[in-house]
Structures are given as structure tokens and as C-alpha cells.
Design a protein around this ligand. Sequence first.
Ligand code: PBG
Length: 326
Amino acid sequence: MYFPVYRPRRLRKNETLRRMVRETKLSVDDFIYPLFAIHGRKVRNEICSMPGIAQLSVDLAVKEAEEAFNLGIPAVILFGIPKKKDPRGSEAYARSGIIQQAIRAIKDRLPDMAVITDVCLCEYTSHGHCGVVVKDQVDNDATLELLAKMALSHAEAGADMVAPSDMMDGRVKAIREILDQNGFENIPIMSYAAKHASGFYGPFREAAESTPQFGDRRSYQMDPANPREALREACLDVQEGADIIMVKPALAYLDIIRAVREEINLPVGAYSVSGEYSMIKAAAQRGWLEEERVMMEVLTSIKRAGADLILTYFAKEAAKVLQRKA
Ligand code: PBG
């Protein structure tokens, strides 16, 4: 069927027809909204490089979660800024830690919202690395024990799901084991399975105050050039008991999202990270891009690539657009 018999433009003629043949539909159900929790009351520290995003004390984090929930967003993922950092990141697994407080407060107010927690030490360690440092190296096996403790303390505080983002080998297994041994066999693990050593995390490190004090994360996060390795990582995490496989970042890694989608029959998540958000915000502030249009286009492309779940700082804004268009 060739031109002039077939004319693809026929089905693009108006919005009604376009709506009928649209292949990818974003839904508010896809979104997970990241929140940064900090000690104190009524604290709202705006993050300069991420307009609209702030470190929030628990009282305000609850309000922000509630706003998101009322827009239909089913889940938040929590990051914490501790009072004090130390080499072993002890606040990460303290009962009174900032995340543990935030989980309890959000679940108390919004029992039906899914509270997911990021499991990683970098926000809590004085050196800013994602694990225990021994002779200037991040020690894999010594870190597993702390990550497991951290995940358990989140579950004990009431988290609905834990999401390890440290990239240590064997961490999904270690977390699955400790959760199961303590009666949390029904708490799912969303693994940051293919997490790349990316420049796109820059603004997040301002938000979470987690910049490494020496070196970088390339000895544990993945090389951005390695799609086959990304699949190996994803398969390992499936074997270790992951329930959801995540790829991170999203926009520069759409091929990897697609490959994981095709290879693995678990839900696939994609983290549209801080730098992806900041780029659009910055260009829009200069009038160089239409913010809403580009935001929806990027989120649609992540879904089109194969993501079932999208972690995005745009969750609230995109939810409002979807509501308006419904
Ligand atoms: C913690 C973690 C990071 C992000 C999520 N969890 C930062 C990092 O690995 O340096 C990045 C999220 C973002 O940029 O939005 N390890």
C-alpha cells in the first residue's frame, strides 16, 4: 500500500483521530515522586538547580506527599539528609533517623500511599560514598551488612517497598534475606539494577548533600557505554529476588530501558534523574523550550521505551496536565 492510495496523514488530521490511534499513553499511575526529607519543623530549603524541588522537614514532606496523592500519584520515594554524617552512615539505619521519621509520618497520614525508600549510604557517610571505605576503596561485602540493616529499619518504620541504589554486588540478595528473616517477606524490592555513573546526578547531589569527598563512583556505578552489562546486572538482580528492575538515568538510556523490557518479565522502572529535570527547567526559564510540552514529550518517550514506572521530579506537574486533558 503506497502513496497515493495510502496517506498516513489521514489519521493525523485532528486531535480526535490522533487520540484514537495514539500508541503510548502516560498515566498518573506510572509516576513515583521523589522527596527529600530533612530534620526540623517548617523547613523548606529550595534547591537552586532544581526549581520547585526542596529539602522538606517531615511536617512539610507529609503535606507535599498529600498533594501528590490528591493528584492521583500513587507513590513517593524518600531521600534523607541526616543531622550528622559519619564513616559508616549510622543515621541511615537509626530508628530515629530522618527517613524512619518521614516514613512513619507519611504512612500515618496517607496509609494508602506507597512509601518507597532509597537504600544507599551516600547521603549519610562523611566521605559521601555509597558504602564502607577501606583504604580509599568502597568495600563491597562490608557494605552489604549495613545496606541490609538500613532496608530492615525502613521496613520496620512502615515502608511499603525498598529501592537499593548503591550498586554493590549481592545487595538485593542480602536485603531479601534480612527482610524475609524478620517477617517482611511481602515487602518488594525495586532494584536500581542498571545504575550508571552519570553526570546527570549533579543537581541531586546538591539536593541530598551527597557529593563524594574524594574520587568518584565509577568503581561501583556502571559505565554508560555498556548495554550488555546492563542486562547482566538486571538478570543478576532478578535471580537475587528483585521485584522491579530500574534503569537510571532514563532519557540518555532509552535503549537500555527497551532492552531490559524485552529481556525481563518484571515491571521496569526508569529514573528520570535530577539533571534531566534541571535541563528542561533551565532551558524553559530562558524561553528556549516550552516546558510543559517538552516535559510531556520526554515522559512519553520513557514510557514508549518500555518503562512501566517513571520516577520523576515532574510527577505533580505532569499529573496536573493529565488531569486537565482528561
Ligand atoms: C544515591 C542516589 C543518587 C540518585 C538516586 N539515589 C545519587 C548518586 O548515585 O550519586 C540520583 C538521583 C537524581 O539525580 O535525581 N546513591
